[in-house]
Structures are given as C-alpha cells and as structure tokens.
Design a protein around this ligand. Structure first.
Ligand SMILES: [Zn+2]
Length: 325
C-alpha cells in the first residue's frame, strides 16, 4: 500500500478487518518511512457521519464538547476557560492573547464554543463545520457567525483573508488530510498564522496499533514527521509547539504523570485506548484519594506536570503552528 502522506510504496498492514464505530471493516496500515498510521475504509465515508455523531446523546468525547458548548456563555473569560480544558485551546489562547481584532477562522468548529470565545476576546471570528445539526445549534445558541460549509469551498471564496486559522483535532478525521493544509494555505494572509492539533502517536510505544478514536471517526494517527511531510507538500512552514516552554503545566487540568501511567497500563496490541477513561473514574476510596491528591490538589498537579514536561515532552495531543514562511 502506498503511503498517502509521503508516497512511500511500503506501508505495512498492521491490523486487518477492524470493526470501527460504523461503516463496516477497516484495515490499519503503517508507513515504514514517515510512520503515519492510517485506516482504509472499505465503504466510503460521507458527511452524514457527523450529523449522526452530533445528534446522538452519548458519543464518547463529543459529550464533553456538549458540556463546553453549554457552559461557555457563563464564563467571564471564555478563551481562558477553554485553555484550562485542553492543550489545543491553550495553544489558541497563547497565540491570540497579545493580538487584537484579528480576522479568524475556526475550521471544524462543531458546536461553536471556540469561535464564540474568539469573538468574546475581540476577534472577528467565523466558525465552519460540515455537521448541519452542530452549526444549527451554534447559530441558535451562540450567534450568527457560523457556516455549514466545507473548508475547501470556504477557502476558495476567502483567499488570503484570515490572520489566524484554527483546525483543532480535524486533520485525523479527513479522507484527504492534504486538503486541509492546502485550504489553510489558500485562506491565510501572507503573514497569518494557523494552528492545527492532532492525537500524537509518539506518546505511545511503537507497538500501539490505534490508541485513538476508532475509524471512521479518526482515519489517521499522525506523528511529527508525517505532519511535517504534509506541510512540506503545501509549502507551509510547520513548527511543533513545545508545551513545557509555553507554561502549560500551570494551566493543564490533568496530571500528566498520572495520565502517562494510565496510558501504559493496558494492552497495546488491540484497540483498548478508548476505554482508558473508565479506569480513572473508578469510585473506590483509594482512587478518590489519589484523584484528589494528584489531580484536584493544584500544587501537586503542577509539580507533577512540571516534572513530566521536563523529562518527556510528548503529550497525547500535538499542536503545530503553520505559517507561510
Ligand atoms: Zn509515509
């Protein structure tokens, strides 16, 4: 199988006939050159998938997105509220905090809370999503600055218009990830900046097959080299953001040392990663005490995170800054 990222002819089949969330069976390949892992879908994925996901009452981490969408309007500083929730929002907060009145685009805005937070910080933000129910919800609840349109069409109609573009945890969902970078390149002003984020396969041991959301939701599991390959193909400069240096240990809501321990605590030759959350929410007294001391008690959490980022820079999600030069 040819690697769609770096065109290397030798991608190895590492798992056969995996039954994902929907749409039948998937073969998982890994490129021997750039290291990307990808799921080949035997039935074609359609846009309808995300209408389904956002309409369902219980769909993994999308439940957390629904909570954020409902809470965002009650926040004094919505962008800081998001920055404290997860790494990619922290990246956006960090890049935009010194800027004023930027023209910004949030690709794959889902329920629209990041777009809302950018607006609230004084930027002219637009949110895009292919899910019709998600955009409808965002428009009804957060304001009229969302479009139910593909980023390819939007980029064609808004060339060199944006100071800042975010596409957080989008690229791993796409059949053609290169499309995303080409569209970003097209829509970005010459001196604009974009931020993309994606689950990081380097966080896990090599033998991990697919410790990220199941296909057809995620079709790719990237590492630094494969993202750099895509950036090179679109003539974008790509820089991985070092979260330790950015002061992420002060903001992070999780204990990164504890997360690392949990992430090593399951079998790597299957698809068990989705279930790791279950372990953290066990309700024994011991687990509650550990949770209080290591996660809720700020000084210990901060020290743990500082130590973790000092010795291991890898986080479960990687963030990359893209610029024209
Ligand atoms: Zn490759």
């Amino acid at each position: 199988m040819k690697c769609p990222v770096c065109n290397n002819e030798n991608s190895k089949l590492i798992f056969s006939n995996f039954k994902g969330h929907y749409h039948g069976l998937f073969d998982i390949y890994q490129c021997s050159k750039c290291g990307v892992k990808f799921a080949i879908n035997k039935n074609k994925q359609t846009d309808q998938l995300y209408n389904k996901v956002y309409s369902e009452n219980d769909f993994g981490y999308y439940n957390e997105y629904k909570i954020q969408a409902k809470e965002i309007k009650n926040q004094k500083e919505p962008i800081k509220y998001l920055a404290k929730k997860s790494i990619p929002y922290f990246g956006v907060y960090n890049l935009l905090k010194k800027q004023n009145n930027q023209r910004t685009l949030d690709i794959g805005c889902g329920l629209g809370y990041l777009t809302y937070a950018m607006r609230n910080s004084g930027h002219q933000a637009t949110g895009l999503d292919i899910s019709e129910p998600a955009v409808k919800w965002a428009k009804e609840n957060l304001g009229d600055y969302y479009d139910n349109e593909s980023f390819q069409i939007h980029a064609n109609n808004h060339e060199k218009e944006y100071d800042f573009i975010s596409a957080l945890e989008i690229i791993e969902h796409l059949e053609n990830p290169l499309d995303l970078l080409s569209s970003i390149k097209k829509a970005l002003k010459p001196d604009g900046e974009a931020l993309i984020s994606t689950p990081n396969s380097l966080y896990y041991p090599q033998k991990a097959v697919w410790n990220t959301e199941w296909p057809p939701i995620h079709l790719w599991w990237f590492n630094d080299q494969s993202i750099q390959e895509l950036a090179k193909k679109t003539s974008l400069k790509c820089q991985k953001l070092n979260l330790g240096k950015l002061g992420y240990c002060f903001f992070c809501p999780n204990n990164l040392l504890l997360d690392y321990y949990y992430s090593r605590n399951f079998s790597f030759n299957n698809f068990s990663a989705i279930k790791t959350e279950d372990k953290k929410t066990s309700h024994s007294l011991f687990n509650k005490t550990v949770k209080y001391l290591l996660i809720d008690f700020y000084p210990l959490r901060m020290i743990s995170n500082f130590i973790y980022l000092l010795f291991n820079g890898q986080t479960q999600i990687s963030i990359y800054k893209l610029t024209n030069n």
